[in-house]
Design a protein around this ligand. Structure first.
Ligand code: Z5A
Length: 212
């Protein structure tokens, strides 16, 4: 079967990292070769960019620089890991992908959608996930969870209205692309959230198999 890119998205404290390991073993149990990665990050260059963009001491980073850094990391990840894996029929599970740029740099920072779409076309080579699981949680619940985890990074230090815009942007994108997005209410217990994510992957696999 053709390779597949699955992305996990959501605001702060939505539970992506928590769901990821269970989802990984669930996908692998189907006999699928799976690469797990994250954005920004996943390559030597991407991880260096991640350290830069999340560094709380990095003051006054303008929205344009932030957007370009996210896409610099993504351009490398697409060419170094994702496209070669997909070409071999393997799967990639990514903790965030381009929807995060639309939500954070677009919704959160106000960068124009068309500018981000243009970057998606050339820097990400037009690559879009086949399936996107959006873990959706009210901002105050997600922030309270994230706060319990420790000191915030540069982006986590933003105010609640920034995260309200991020959440609204994610939900709007999901509404426009219902075939790709699956929204999961992640205010529920972790086990329920994980089970919902696995069930959506199973549905997706079953649909692909029957379409063959
Ligand atoms: N970013 C961007 O701006 N533009 C881009 O294009 C990209 C990224 C790609 C790093 O992302 C930052 O980069 C991120 C967006 C930006 N900045 N922010 N904010 P990240 O995904 O690595 O970091 P994150 O968003 O800060 O992830 P997170 O806060 O780690 O969220 P999470 O992975 O979804 O949460 P978690 O670690 O699984 O869970 C957080 C805590 O909540 C933890 O203690 C869990 O035990 C607990 N938890 C999780 N689920 C539950 C449930 N269901 N019930 C109770 N407790 C729970």
């Amino acid at each position: 079967m053709k390779g597949c890119l699955v992305s996990l998205e959501g605001g702060e404290g939505a539970g992506k990292s928590t769901v990821l390991s269970g989802l990984r073993s669930h996908i692998e149990a189907h006999g699928i070769v799976l690469h797990v990665t994250r954005e920004p990050g996943g390559t030597m260059l991407g991880e260096a960019i991640r350290a830069l963009v999340l560094d709380g001491s990095m003051r006054d980073v303008c929205a344009e620089s932030e957007l370009l850094l996210m896409f610099a990391a993504r351009a490398q990840l697409v060419r170094e890991l994702i496209k070669p894996a997909l070409a071999k029929g393997e799967w990639v599970l990514s903790d965030r992908f381009t929807d995060a740029s639309f939500a954070y740099q677009g919704g959160g920072r106000g960068q124009p959608q068309e500018r981000i779409a243009e970057l998606e076309r050339w820097a990400a080579d037009g690559l879009r996930p086949d399936l996107t699981l959006l873990l959706d949680v009210p901002v105050e619940i997600g922030r309270a969870r994230a706060e319990r985890r420790g000191s915030p990074d540069r982006i986590e230090s933003e105010k609640s209205d920034f995260f309200d815009r991020v959440r609204a942007s994610y939900r709007e994108r999901a509404g426009h692309e219902p075939d790709r997005f699956r929204i999961i209410d992640s205010s529920r217990e972790i086990d329920e959230v994980r089970a919902a994510a696995c069930a959506f992957v199973d549905q997706f696999l079953a649909a692909r198999r029957s379409a063959k």
